[in-house]
Design a protein around this ligand. Sequence first.
Ligand SMILES: *Cc1c(COP(=O)(O)O)cnc(C)c1O
Length: 851
Amino acid sequence: MPHATPFTLAVNPKIPQRLARLEELANDLWYSWDRSTRSLFSRLHPGLWGAVGHNPKAFLKRVDESLLLKAAEDQVFLANYNSILSAYDSYHGEPVRTETPGGLNPYDEVAYFCFEFGFHESFPIYSGGLGILAGDHCKAASDLRLPLIGVGLLYRQGYFFQTIDNHGNQQVTYTSSDFEDLPVVPVLNANGSEVRIVVDLPQRKVMVKVWRAKIGHVTLYLLDTDLQENSADDRDITHQLYGGDGTNRIEQEIILGIGGVRALRELGIKPTIWHINEGHAAFMMLERMRGLVQQGLDFPSALEAVAANTVFTTHTAVPAGHDHFSADMMSTYFSSFHHELGATREEFMGLGWDPDTHDFNMTDLAVRVSRFHNGVSKIHGSVSAHICRDLWPHIEPEENPMAYITNGVHVPTFLAQEWADLFDRYLGYEWRNNMSDPEFWLRIDAIPDHLFWSVRQSLKSQMLYGIRARLAKQNLRNRGSEAHLDRLLKFTDPLNPNMLTLGFARRFATYKRATLLFEDLDWLRRIVLDQERPVMIIFSGKAHPADVPGQDLIRRISEVERMPEFEGQILLVEDYDLRLARRLVAGVDVWLNSPVYPLEASGTSGMKAGINGTLNLSVLDGWWGEGYNGKNGWAIKPGLENMASAQRDKEESKEFYETLQDHVVPLYYARDKLGYSPGWVKMAKNSMMSLLPRYNAARMVGEYAAKFYVSASRQGTRYADNDFNGAKRVAAWKAYVRKVWGGVAIRRLDTPLKRISFGEGLKLQVAAKLNGLQPEDVVVELLICRKIKSATLCEFKHFRFGFTGVTQSDEHLFALDLTPDLCGKLDYYIRLYPYQPLLTHPFEMGMMIWL
Ligand SMILES: *Cc1c(COP(=O)(O)O)cnc(C)c1O
């Protein structure tokens, strides 16, 4: 019908009264971690369930009325439906805890901003690790009843779908979502019309629509510019995630940061804690500052007031990975913003100015206008402290305010159902309440080995089953022959899941070195093709469409996959997403990770694997640097950082081959007469026992609450009370300190002793020229270095000097009586820094004078 006009008509089924609440279930992302809800939908029509991408809302609009009517009369279905509703109601109806977690006040609310959120494959507004972490943060907050709302963007196309052709070329397809099919609804205002907010862009105003998604107890607000009121270009602002150019990126970040604050204002939501997950949302702080300046605050006080209750989490370990915008671009988009902030243009640009790259750096902005900052693993915290060291020029990175909170994963989402069932039987239902208690999880040890192993095998079978389906589809599309498919699937027999299987799946970024195992193909052949003890390796992942080297990795894997000898034992599966991730992490035997140290900020897929008893074989980087305990997997020690990269790849791949051939393969195949390796089961149990209590998202969110949220709320109040008196005082004090600091100096008055006996005291005295500061504006401090293990590392003990008087020449005297409680040769240091009790971090000014 080439000339006919197609009229479209959607015929939606009428949901029978008895099943009316299916719609409620479909509109709450609770289903993203409640598997029985998903099965309920899927059982109505498995084919349709697959066709709509496991999306309950889309499913309900398309399912045959007759199936619903039948289900409404089916006692088995109804029983299942009712038991799910009862679980749903008890989750949602649970009384709000009187004691809010971590000591928050009843009125506290966290606003959590992120560029992407990953809850479930049916809601495509995520690309990978960052988004899924944000999703897990919301899910855990809901579980903990932590008062948190999310703020993000609703992308029409989200991230791309991937196919891989016969030559290993990645093909990219974008699909537009019909928002009516997504678990979102427009936010309405009191008179029932849709909320619109306005964001200023150069020479125009952009209208923004606000959507709402429900994640259990958490509400996520999503902003969307695809509205008729906007020009075609502006409609495209929220078109794709990480899809556009620099202009699109800055506009998206303005919509998220500035639009996000305006949306919350419009809705009357007053967060007391503001958390930005990665620097994309840092313009949020500018909009809040503008609001305060409009209320009459000056620029420096507004900055202090906003920073006091702002948390910034950085996820990147490569300085080039931080977002930055040219000065020109900033002039275009923020030409008059400094006026509205009551600041000079220099002051405004100074908020994000990066003297190394001569542009506006979103990480610098984020750190300067927040007082709580963290990396996402111990190693990454330290890397970030070094990257940002210039923001606190006189403070050693080890002491600067960049802290760390290690990531975690949402256990109900990523722990396979079979494990949850086994835990219910062997640990009791209360395992859910003991998520972060290491003692509790030791009970896993008592699960009989053969049962433990049968769960592992069953998960592996399911994974193989899923892989077969994907590979078959892939082969058909690429016009591969049946014979070729047979060869590919030769070893993925779900009935015989007995070949040691390694998995590598994540974003194909070069620093993750997906092809490290191909460094020495002969060695790899000897390991993989061993007749008695063969090995299979499954690869999956997407490369950003603009990342050419990342796509080369895919081609290389495809090339090795197609080498006749590897056929069927090295597999490349396309379109890595949350669904495939859940299957792979639980189904393979070993999870590989080979990043270039120290570039893996945290990594979370290895946690998902480890909690499912899949053993990690990884470079000691990111989370594995602290997760590995010698008994719960295998560790590759990174080569020296200054080694040439080719040599380093060679060394580290050698370590991988040796570990595989000497440890992994022999342990896996040391099967007893029951068909499994007791040593393997022991290690898998160790993995679960050690990792479950630590790398779960409830522990992570609890740590954010205890370390940051409670203090941020308190600081926010201290700064805002009495018409922002605290913020004004700190701002004025800092300005004064900065003005006079150049003239502050310190000298020692007593003669340093070289030797004393244990028990004897020392009397130390220093004179400080304070140049107008008061003695209470500074801390004079002595540090004793206690050498730990290796002679190069210090653990410091701190002692404060007391103020004793002023000399005739207007020097301030400070004294300390010290009786060392240590013997041996001690190193000690004396220093002076500006201090006042309203500060959030003692070194936030980055100033220090060492004697
Ligand atoms: C967990 C997860 C990631 C993050 O994996 P890393 O190995 O930490 O990079 C990426 N994509 C998906 C789909 C995931 O589930």
